[in-house]
Each structure stands twice: as structure tokens, then as C-alpha cells.
Design a protein around this ligand. Structure first.
Ligand code: ARG
Length: 580
């Protein structure tokens, strides 16, 4: 259910009945303080200004027409003309009763199903995945899960960097290793090392660079031997990424891969189309598009190179082909691409050119979703102690080791095996939540201590809150909790606050997918868990002097809370457990 939409509809109807213009919007927002109710309609002020009339008088007229007594126990006009809405406890109870036991009912399946093509993770296969790909992978995966939960048709695209000139040197090196009887799996066990070796040979060894260039030509020309070698390289490298996805609990699979190589045959036709339409022009031997929309302050257009002077294609050419494929073949309503913010100009250029060329119709949204950098404690880009790039797989292993120490310290009644399983979920959850909870557009400082704390907005806190609710529910042994929906009543203020929060789940999900902002869900879950703790203190459940009626209602509310926490964490890709 969408609380905000329900209130918007009610106020809107009253605005129309009061004779306000039909484009006037109620602007429903959460009230910042309890004395101003639960929600506020702030839209009257703007309308009054336009109509040059007294906003308070106008608000009174709207309230006089408002039919909301079933939902609200009180409506007040405050300040210059805000309408404050205090929700009705029995209505809240009814809403909780009707959605009970099936979290799916919390969210109405969308009435407009969009085909959403989501490009995320997209590592370069020549090297190991590094922390830069962490953000793309987990933010993208959370948004994908949220879109799917709403009922959208999601097509994942892992736009892996599996093509390009660097493969010449890698294949030449691999060829030599295989010739000296090494098997590909061992040779490529550490991609970082392998890349380094190849690079040293490329820079220092006589004749190697020329052979590397020959390999590029052969590869692009479709030479069978060379393709076979390339395929081996790619397969092993993909396996490395898959290990990371598995560890990270990310939904990407092999069938979601559509790497750069998949567009190889489209590149020449794309350039031809751009030149035929006079969008790309020849400039110093290269093909470029001059983009006036992105001109600098001196009026010089932004230059977007789409083909190099020797005829070679570029990252840009591939992205133009990808844009066309996604809009036309996959029939996307929305195309979302998750990369770091440094690629913002690139995608801006791709979009402008692709639209000019008619590759993406007006009805398709092209959304580059940029994110900031992960920084070390020193405030500089996150690196190893010796200044190297941090391998993602190693970072995740460290998270699990650190979580294990934390769990072992607190563990009562947990076998070694259980501790390992919990450490896995807590360690990975901590890394994910710490990242997802920041507004993605800003840089953030990676800090083991804060992310692995049981206090504050962290995964361990939420996972622990979940086990708390779970243990309360399991202690109420002779009751079948999932049949208690009709027992729900809302009395105490703490219950009321918790109930409203629970019912806001869909509003939050809507804002998460509208702008690809999972941090809103992170904040919501933290607030929800905190409200539960407050509720539990004020409204005891298992104590002897609690009436059966109260106990059943409170158990049902707890059950609701557990479902929402679990569902929310699932969408973030964070696992829960029953005890820790
Ligand atoms: N492989 C690129 C990188 O590691 C990211 C690709 C993103 N997607 C795209 N369509 N360009 O930076």
C-alpha cells in the first residue's frame, strides 16, 4: 500500500471540490515533529501564492471538503496554511491486519510494467575485479531486486570488458605459457600477476609488442585459433568474477553477460549510420561528433571520438551500439547504467549522440547512475598498504575473518559451524550495508570498525534486531503467530509509530527505484528496527502480567516487523539468520 498516494488522493479530491485549479498538487510529506501530525500537505501555500489569495483561508476551504475521517483522527491547519494529518489508530490496525502474513501484499504490483535494462558490475576481464567494481555490483543488484519486487521486467546486462587491444598482449603471453605445457587454469590463477608479466614483456622484450599487435588483428579478424585462446582466457576470468558474485550474494549469472565483444559486428554499421546521417564527421583522420549541447563556456563543442584514425573502434562506439541494442532489440523503457562518476561525461555524450541518431527513442529513459569513490581512512582513494589496488576477493575474505572474531567474542550456544555461517553473512552484509547506506553520489570512507559495529546504522545491528524479533516469536511457543493478524490493535504511541513505519514500506521502495537510491531503504530499515526496540521496551510481550489479547496483538506486530526487516534486507542482498 502506498500511504502517501492514499493521502495525496484524498487531499487532491478535496482541493478539486474546493474549486482549486486542477493542476494544484497536495505535496504530501512526512511531518518532522509529532505535534504536526504524521503527514503534512504543503501544497496549499504554492497554490495560494499563484492565486494571490490568503493560504490559511484556502486551507480551511480544502479541509472543509476533506473526507478523511476513516483514515485520520484529526486534521489541523498549521502555520501559514499547512494541513497536518494525524492518522487514526484503528485504521492503522486495519491496514496491518489486511496485509498480514504475506509481505508480498505490502507492495501492490506495479500497474505499469517497465522493461528495465540494468548495466552493472561490468568488470574488465583482463584483470581481477577490484573495489571500484564493488559499488557498481552491489548498488546495481539492490536496485535490480527492488525493481523486480515491484513487478518490473528486469534484464541484467553485465557489460564485461572482454575485448580490446590489451588482449593482444595477454593472448601472446598465454600462447607462450601453454606452449611450455602450463595449463590455462594455473597460468591464469592470478590475473593481476598474469597481466603484470605480459606488460613487462610488452615493454621490454624484443619482438613481443609486434606479436601482441598481430594477435589483436587476428582476434578482430575472427581467426579461429586466436578466438579459441581468447575464449579460454575469458572463461577463466569469468569464473573469477563468479566466485566474487557468489561470495557477495549477488544475483548475476553467466546468462546476464553481454560483454563488449558481443557488439563487435555492430561497430562498423553504427559508424556508417552516424556518418550517413552527418552526425559523425571526419576530423584529422578520426571520426568524431561535435556536441554543441555540451559546449564549454567559450562555445567550443565537446568532441566525442567514435572511431580512431587507424580505423579502430572505441569504448564510445561500443556504448553507442549497446544503447541501440538495449532500446531497440531489448525494447527497454528504462536503461540504467551503474559506473563511477568519472564516466558521467562519457554517458552524457553517448545519450546525446544515440538520441540524435535515433538509436534511443524519446520514450526510453537513459539513466547513468553515477557513484562516488571508496576512500581509505586517509581520505585518499582506497589502496593496499603498499599503494596497490585492493582485490575485491581479498577484501571480502578479510570482512569474513573480522566478523568471525566479532561473533566468537559474543557467541553463546553457537557451534563452530554456526559461527562460520553467521560470520559469512555478517561480514559480507557489513560491507554491503556500509556502502549501500551512503548516498551513492558522494565519496565515502571505508571503515572496518564502524561497519562491523552492533550499534548505529549497520548490517550487524539490523541482523541482530532481526534475531531479537525472531527469538521473541519463537519463545511464544504454543501460539501460531501467522494466524494472529486479526488480533492487531494499535494503542500505545510506540505502537502507532511502528505501525506507520511498517506501512511506509512501499513508499520507500518507490523512491528507491525512481532514482536508483538504495540508501533510502537502508535508512528506513534502521529507523524501523529502532522503533521496534522502543516498542518492545514500552509494550512487553512475554511477561506474565500481559493479557492474552495484548500479547497476541504485539506478537503479530513483531511478526510484521520481522517480515519487513527480512524483506528489506533481502532487497539489499543482505542475509538474515535466526540466531547470532
Ligand atoms: N568495464 C567498465 C569499467 O570497468 C564499466 C562498463 C560500464 N558499462 C558500460 N556500458 N560502459 O570501467
Amino acid at each position: 500500500m502506498k500511504l502517501r498516494d492514499i493521502l495525496t488522493d484524498k487531499i487532491k479530491a478535496a482541493m478539486l471540490a474546493a474549486g482549486l485549479p486542477s493542476d494544484a498538487e497536495p505535496h504530501i510529506a512526512l511531518s518532522k515533529q509529532a505535534q504536526f501530525g504524521d503527514y503534512q500537505a504543503n501544497g496549499i501555500l504554492g497554490v495560494a501564492k499563484k492565486l494571490k489569495t490568503n493560504p490559511r483561508g484556502l486551507a480551511e476551504k480544502v479541509v472543509a471538503e476533506l473526507e478523511i475521517s476513516d483514515i485520520a483522527e484529526k486534521v489541523e491547519i498549521a502555520g501559514p496554511g499547512f494541513i497536518n494529518i494525524f492518522l487514526n489508530k484503528s485504521w492503522l490496525a486495519q491496514q496491518l491486519q489486511s496485509g498480514f502474513s504475506d509481505p508480498r501484499k505490502l507492495v501492490t504490483t506495479t500497474d505499469k510494467i517497465d522493461t528495465c535494462v540494468v548495466d552493472y558490475s561490468s568488470p574488465n576481464l583482463a584483470k581481477e575485479m577490484h573495489v571500484g567494481h564493488l559499488r557498481s555490483t552491489i548498488i546495481g543488484d539492490a536496485v535490480v531486486r527492488a525493481l523486480e519486487f515491484q513487478g518490473h521486467n528486469v534484464i541484467r546486462q553485465n557489460h564485461m570488458g572482454d575485448w580490446g587491444t590489451q588482449f593482444g598482449m595477454l593472448l601472446a603471453h598465454l600462447n607462450d605459457k601453454l606452449a611450455s605445457e602450463e595449463v590455462a587454469e594455473t597460468a591464469l590463477a592470478d590475473l593481476e600477476d598474469f597481466y603484470r608479466q605480459a606488460k613487462v614483456r610488452f615493454d621490454d622484450e624484443e619482438g613481443f609488442a609486434d606479436r601482441a599487435r598481430e594477435y589483436v588483428v587476428k582476434l578482430q579478424g575472427g581467426d579461429a585459433e586466436c578466438l579459441k585462446l581468447w575464449q579460454q582466457f575469458i572463461d577463466i576470468s569469468i569464473t573469477h568474477s563468479e566466485d566474487v558474485y557468489k561470495k557477495l550474494n549477488v544475483t548475476l549469472t553467466r546468462k546476464d553477460i553481454r560483454g563488449e565483444s558481443a557488439y563487435n559486428d555492430d561497430l562498423a554499421p553504427v559508424i556508417k549510420e552516424l556518418t550517413d546521417k552527418n552526425i559523425a564527421v571526419e576530423d584529422q583522420g578520426a571520426k568524431v561528433v561535435f556536441i554543441n549541447e555540451l559546449a564549454n563556456k567559450d562555445g567550443d563543442p565537446s568532441v566525442f571520438i567514435v572511431q580512431k584514425s587507424g580505423g579502430g573502434f572505441l569504448y564510445s562506439t561500443t556504448d553507442l551500439s549497446a544503447a541501440r541494442y538495449r532500446a531497440q532489440t531489448l525494447d527497454a523503457d528504462r536503461i540504467l547504467i551503474f559506473t563511477d562518476a568519472r564516466q558521467a561525461l562519457h554517458f552524457n555524450q553517448v545519450e546525446i549522440v544515440a538520441r540524435k541518431a535515433g538509436f534511443i527513442p524519446e520514450s526510453t529513459q537513459y539513466e547513468h547512475c553515477p557513484f562516488g569513490m571508496m576512500m581509505g581512512q586517509d581520505g585518499k582513494p582506497f589502496k593496499t598498504r603498499t599503494g596497490g589496488t585492493v582485490k575485491l576477493a581479498e577484501l571480502l575474505d578479510e570482512a569474513i575473518v573480522r566478523a568471525k572474531a566479532l561473533i566468537a567474542e559474543r557467541a553463546i550456544d553457537l557451534t563452530e559451524e554456526e559461527q562460520d555461517e553467521i560470520a559469512q553473512k555478517v561480514g559480507i552484509g557489513a560491507v554491503k550495508y556500509a556502502d549501500l547506506s551512503k548516498n551513492r553520489t558522494s565519496d565515502y570512507i571505508f571503515n572496518w570498525k564502524t561497519m562491523l559495529s552492533f550499534e548505529g546504522a549497520t548490517a550487524p545491528y539490523l541482523q541482530y534486531a532481526y534475531t531479537r524479533v525472531h527469538s521473541i516469536l519463537s519463545k511464544a511457543n504454543n501460539v501460531q503467530i501467522d494466524t494472529l493478524g486479526s488480533a492487531i490493535k494499535i494503542e500505545a504511541d510506540q505502537e502507532r509509530a511502528l505501525a506507520i513505519k511498517l506501512l511506509q514500506f512501499e513508499d520507500i521502495l518507490t523512491s528507491v527505484t525512481a532514482d536508483a537510491h538504495p540508501h533510502l531503504l537502508c535508512a528506513y530499515l534502521y529507523e524501523l528496527a529502532s522503533l521496534f526496540m522502543t516498542f518492545y521496551e514500552a509494550c512487553p510481550i512475554l511477561k506474565d502480567d500481559v493479557s492474552e489479547q495484548d500479547r497476541n496483538s504485539r506478537l503479530a506486530i513483531s511478526y510484521w516487523t520481522a517480515s519487513v526487516i527480512k524483506l528489506g534486507l533481502d532487497i539489499l542482498g543482505i542475509e538474515t539468520m535466526n540466531k547470532m
